[in-house]
Design a binder for this molecule. Structure first.
Ligand SMILES: *[C@@H]1O[C@H](CO)[C@@H](O)[C@H](O)[C@H]1NC(C)=O
Ligand SMILES: *[C@@H]1O[C@H](CO)[C@@H](O)[C@H](O)[C@H]1NC(C)=O
Ligand SMILES: *[C@@H]1O[C@H](CO)[C@@H](O)[C@H](O)[C@H]1NC(C)=O
Ligand SMILES: *[C@@H]1O[C@H](CO)[C@@H](O)[C@H](O)[C@H]1NC(C)=O
Ligand SMILES: *[C@@H]1O[C@H](CO)[C@@H](O)[C@H](O)[C@H]1NC(C)=O
Ligand SMILES: *[C@@H]1O[C@H](CO)[C@@H](O)[C@H](O)[C@H]1NC(C)=O
Ligand SMILES: *[C@@H]1O[C@H](CO)[C@@H](O)[C@H](O)[C@H]1NC(C)=O
Ligand SMILES: *[C@@H]1O[C@H](CO)[C@@H](O)[C@H](O)[C@H]1NC(C)=O
Ligand SMILES: *[C@@H]1O[C@H](CO)[C@@H](O)[C@H](O)[C@H]1NC(C)=O
Ligand SMILES: *[C@@H]1O[C@H](CO)[C@@H](O)[C@H](O)[C@H]1NC(C)=O
Ligand SMILES: *[C@@H]1O[C@H](CO)[C@@H](O)[C@H](O)[C@H]1NC(C)=O
Ligand SMILES: *[C@@H]1O[C@H](CO)[C@@H](O)[C@H](O)[C@H]1NC(C)=O
Length: 827
């Protein structure tokens, strides 16, 4: 390293360690000191945050001041980074009289002005660091006069309209005389040149070792002339729209250690010789869906320790030679087109910390990871792995924090040793073929587990009591298994952080115990599709301050709704209808573009079929869904006071008596489903007058008389009225009574199937109901019309996010298509 570089770096190192700079060769010369003091007096900075300027003291030798380095009494390096300087730049002229300066660092300040052209006066300047200093606008041509520059850092991590620009002069003009430059950092600067201009400008800087131009709005192509930069060690061009292939010639950059081209809209085939650069340590070409390629035979003694190909179109198998990458620490091949079995030699990757192979079609069994002692994250989800998961594979992995094996075909028992991994926070085994009983967990109270997802397996029998001793548990997802038995435990007292609990689609029976109410943080509780019977504990319906989502649908509960209502004035939300979106709100999994079928499932109401109907449903703000239970007796009058209701679904119950005329109160009602009950009498004309009603289903009841004429309900299709023996008049063209009823089968709720995960249904979610109705939170629906998806992506995410702030939206690339996934992130 050259002396000048040392001079440049040393003060920074020392300052970083809080040690006063002691690099003095000779005492500070008087006029240098007075210039520095003048500079300090001109600058406007926050004294409480300053660590350098604030300590400059006239009575000391200025060469000993923080941020100052001298040579023979002359100030040669000035580091005023992170000094919260926010003004006085117009008087920075003093700085430019410090003629001996070789190094200036003004990084991380808040100048909010243009870069002063006077920098040209610092003819000896070798190192200039103005990164994140708040400089704005066009970079002045005068910077290009600094012909001795070795390191130039003008980066900004925040790109904004007001950031730096390099347009006129353009990059070619800026760089033309930088013959000595070794490090160029221009991240976040708007560099608008067309075509090969920027690569040609750079290719003459033959001493360049570090080139970093991320987020520069560069356009392509990535030109082969860059291969002339033979000294290049670090090349970062990520997040530019290069829209081109990666030139094969870059494989001749034999000193390259870091190549970062992620998010560059690259296309074409990624040449294998790039993997073979023996000095290469970091290769990140992720997030380039158009980039193809397959993995090479990795050379022995490869240096790669971070390889990220996620969200690309790389394909083919993972070759046995992977074990040659002895340093490999992070391997991310997620969301590609890889297939085949994993080589057992992967077990020899002892330095692995992060392994993500998710969203590919890898098959076969998994290798043992028990030699990768540093392993922290293991994501193998959404592949076709199969076979058992031997407990020895994970033996002794004390650093392992997350295992995601979801959506594969693993079978056999869930090894209880997994619960012994002391750092494990996330254990996600959803949608596999695990079966058998779940053993009690050893030392459950010492476990770090926060998320446990075993949904969509064939697990049987009662759930281990120790599950409710997992003290840190935030999410417990056991839906769609064959668990049975009762839940009588004192759940709440041991799992205080439990936030999301779903036991739906199992065979649990017995009462819904009041101890569910003791889970103080509970936000979502889904007990639907079980055999719970008896009364809904009142305390649950009163738990409105925290609980956002309660689903008790499709059980054998026999409460009268009105009882619940009259005794629980604070009721804020109720039941949601199956199939619940919440089913898999977690670690996975919904996508846009849900099929028509699922729409029919959720709102099997009138097929008025127009797009208008959909919109109406989408913008509904409150909804109540009691469908598919065994509620009986008259429709509770209390419902008719819920005047803000936009959607009401009471279908598939045993409600009897008349349709109350007070439905006329529900002036906002857009969707009403009373189908498949035992309602009798006429259709009240008040119902017919609800002007927003766009979706209505009264089918399969015992309604009689003429459908009110001259009203808009006649515009509904006949399907809305069929299955009522005594009903007549348009739109009914014939007597539908009699035939329908026996034939009718209740809507079949599509069960989740990992292979059909491209058609998971969006459904009603929650609602904030009650007598206070401040603002209701909806509810979203599957969207199958493209037009609505636009609306949807803009609004539904927000709405969802309000309901469950822990949701996290990510995009994945699967089979060449972009999907949106919702993840539940408890932090
Ligand atoms: C900058 O200089 C002008 C005159 O040149 C003076 O009026 C002003 O006070 C100075 N600003 C600071 C912060 O010293
Ligand atoms: C400067 O240093 C002297 C002696 O070290 C000390 O007495 C004085 O208080 C200091 N002044 C300031 C402004 O810190
Ligand atoms: C510029 O200074 C900042 C803050 O001290 C530092 O983080 C950054 O690495 C420096 N840039 C170079 C090229 O040394
Ligand atoms: C660059 O160097 C050439 C030749 O030395 C000189 O003519 C030109 O003015 C210089 N340009 C800049 C911007 O310094
Ligand atoms: C980015 O480049 C495009 C042309 O490639 C240009 O239209 C756009 O204004 C540039 N953006 C900024 C912020 O300079
Ligand atoms: C490549 O790196 C080695 C060792 O770091 C160095 O000796 C050599 O000069 C470099 N090659 C080029 C072309 O810069
Ligand atoms: C990617 O590049 C192609 C041209 O190869 C262009 O049509 C497309 O718009 C680019 N995509 C993005 C997201 O900029
Ligand atoms: C790989 O790249 C993707 C997208 O660029 C990023 O989200 C992911 O965190 C990276 N993986 C690792 C292990 O750093
Ligand atoms: C893995 O490492 C072990 C011990 O170092 C060695 O015996 C074995 O041959 C290696 N296996 C492979 C496939 O490299
Ligand atoms: C590591 O895993 C292999 C395969 O599961 C097993 O044979 C071996 O005993 C395990 N080693 C340890 C130390 O658990
Ligand atoms: C629970 O499931 C187990 C295993 O399938 C079965 O043997 C047992 O009879 C079931 N118990 C009840 C109460 O249904
Ligand atoms: C409905 O609201 C009215 C007026 O607010 C009130 O008098 C009546 O008791 C309510 N009905 C029921 C059943 O709560």
């Amino acid at each position: 390293m050259s002396l000048t570089l040392w001079l440049f770096l040393l003060p920074f190192c020392l300052i970083n360690f809080g040690i006063k700079t002691i690099l003095v060769t000779g005492h500070c010369l008087g006029h240098q000191q007075s210039l520095l003091l003048q500079l300090r007096n001109n600058l406007v900075f926050n004294p409480t945050k300053s660590k350098k300027l604030i300590h400059w003291n006239q009575s000391d030798d200025c060469c000993e001041w923080n941020g100052v380095a001298c040579n023979k009494g002359h100030v040669i390096a000035l580091d005023l980074s992170q000094e919260s300087i926010y003004g006085g730049i117009e008087n920075l002229s003093i700085l430019f009289e410090l003629q001996y300066l070789k190094s200036v660092n003004l990084a991380y300040n808040e100048f909010h002005s243009g870069i002063p052209p006077e920098f040209r006066k610092l003819k000896n300047l070798r190192h200039l660091n103005l990164s994140n200093a708040g400089f704005e606008g066009q970079i002045p041509i005068e910077i290009s006069y600094l012909t001795k520059i070795v390191t130039l850092d003008l980066s900004s991590t925040i790109t904004s309209q007001h950031g730096l620009k390099l347009q006129k002069p353009n990059i070619a003009m800026l760089l033309q005389n930088f013959t000595e430059i070794k490090e160029l950092h221009l991240n976040g600067i708007a560099i608008s040149t067309k075509g090969k201009v920027w690569s040609h400008a750079l290719s003459s800087l033959t001493n360049l070792q570090v080139l970093s131009m991320s987020f520069c709005n560069l356009s392509g192509p990535l030109d082969s002339s860059l291969a002339k930069l033979q000294s290049l060690s670090i090349l970062k061009l990520d997040h530019n729209n290069l829209a081109s292939p990666v030139p094969r010639s870059l494989g001749r950059l034999f000193n390259l250690t870091t190549l970062q081209l992620n998010g560059c809209n690259l296309s074409g085939v990624f040449s294998k010789n790039l993997f073979q650069i023996s000095s290469l340590q970091v290769l990140d070409v992720s997030d380039n869906p158009g980039l193809h390629g397959s993995l090479p035979n990795f050379p022995s003694q490869g240096s790669l320790y971070n390889l990220n190909l996620s969200h690309t179109n790389f394909y083919g198998p993972l070759s046995d030679s992977i074990h040659n990458l002895k340093q490999l620490s992070k391997l991310d091949l997620s969301n590609c087109q890889f297939k085949g079995t994993l080589p057992s030699s992967m077990s020899n990757l002892t330095q692995l910390v992060h392994l993500d192979l998710s969203f590919n079609t890898f098959t076969g069994s998994i290798p043992s990871f028990n030699r990768s002692k540093a392993l922290t994250v293991l994501s193998l989800n959404h592949n076709k792995f199969m076979g058992k998961v031997p407990s020895t594979h994970f033996e002794g992995l004390i650093n392992l924090m997350s295992i995601d094996l979801g959506d594969n075909s693993f079978d056999g028992i869930v090894p209880s040793s997994l619960f012994r991994l002391q750092s494990l926070q996330h254990l996600l085994l959803y949608y596999n073929k695990f079966d058998g009983l779940l053993d009690e967990f050893p030392n459950a109270s010492l476990s770090s587990l926060e998320m446990l997802d075993l949904s969509g397996n064939n697990l049987q029998g009662p759930i281990p009591t120790s599950i409710f001793q997992l003290k840190r548990l935030r999410l417990l997802q056991l839906t769609k298994n064959k668990f049975n038995g009762t839940i009588q435990l004192d759940i709440g007292s041991h799992t205080p952080f439990l936030y999301y609990l779903s036991l739906s689609n199992n065979n649990f029976h017995g009462r819904i115990h009041e101890s569910f109410c003791n889970i103080s943080d509970l936000r979502a509780l889904d007990l639907s599709h079980n055999k719970f019977n008896g009364q809904i504990p009142l305390c649950l319906t009163r738990k409105s301050s925290t609980l956002r989502l309660l689903n008790l649908g499709a059980n054998e509960l026999n409460d009268y709704i009105s009882d619940t209502f009259s005794t629980s004035c604070s009721l804020r939300f109720l039941d949601i209808k199956p199939p619940y979106i919440i089913d898999h709100i977690i670690t996975h999994i919904f996508e846009e573009g849900v099929g028509v079928r699922s729409y029919e499932d959720s709102v099997t109401i009138v097929n008025k079929g127009t797009q208008l109907n959909l919109v109406k449903i989408l913008i509904a703000f409150t909804s109540l869904d009691f469908s598919s239970n065994q509620f009986e007796g008259p429709i509770p009058k209390e419902l008719m006071n819920l005047t803000a209701l936009h959607a009401l679904n009471l279908s598939q119950n045993v409600f009897s008596g008349n349709i109350p005329f007070s439905f006329g109160n529900l002036k906002q009602l857009e969707s009403l489903d009373l189908s498949n009950n035992s309602l009798s009498g006429d259709i009240p004309v008040e119902l017919a007058r609800l002007s927003f009603l766009s979706v209505m289903n009264l089918s399969y009841n015992h309604l009689v008389g003429k459908i009110p004429t001259g009203t808009q309900i006649q515009t509904f299709e006949a399907d809305s009225f069929i299955g009522n023996e005594g009903l007549y008049g348009p739109p009914l063209t014939q007597n539908w009574g009699g035939e329908g009823r026996q034939k009718l089968s209740p809507p079949v709720y599509e069960t989740f199937d990992s292979h059909a995960w491209s058609s998971i249904e969006w459904n009603f979610l929650s609602l904030e109901l009650g007598f206070t109705f401040g603002f209701g939170i909806f509810i979203f629906l599957l969207i199958f019309l493209k037009r609505w998806r636009i609306w949807y992506s803009k609004h539904v995410d927000d709405i969802l996010y309000k309901i469950i702030p822990q949701l996290d939206f990510v995009y994945v690339n699967r089979g060449g298509q972009k999907y949106r996934i919702i993840r539940w992130n408890p932090y």
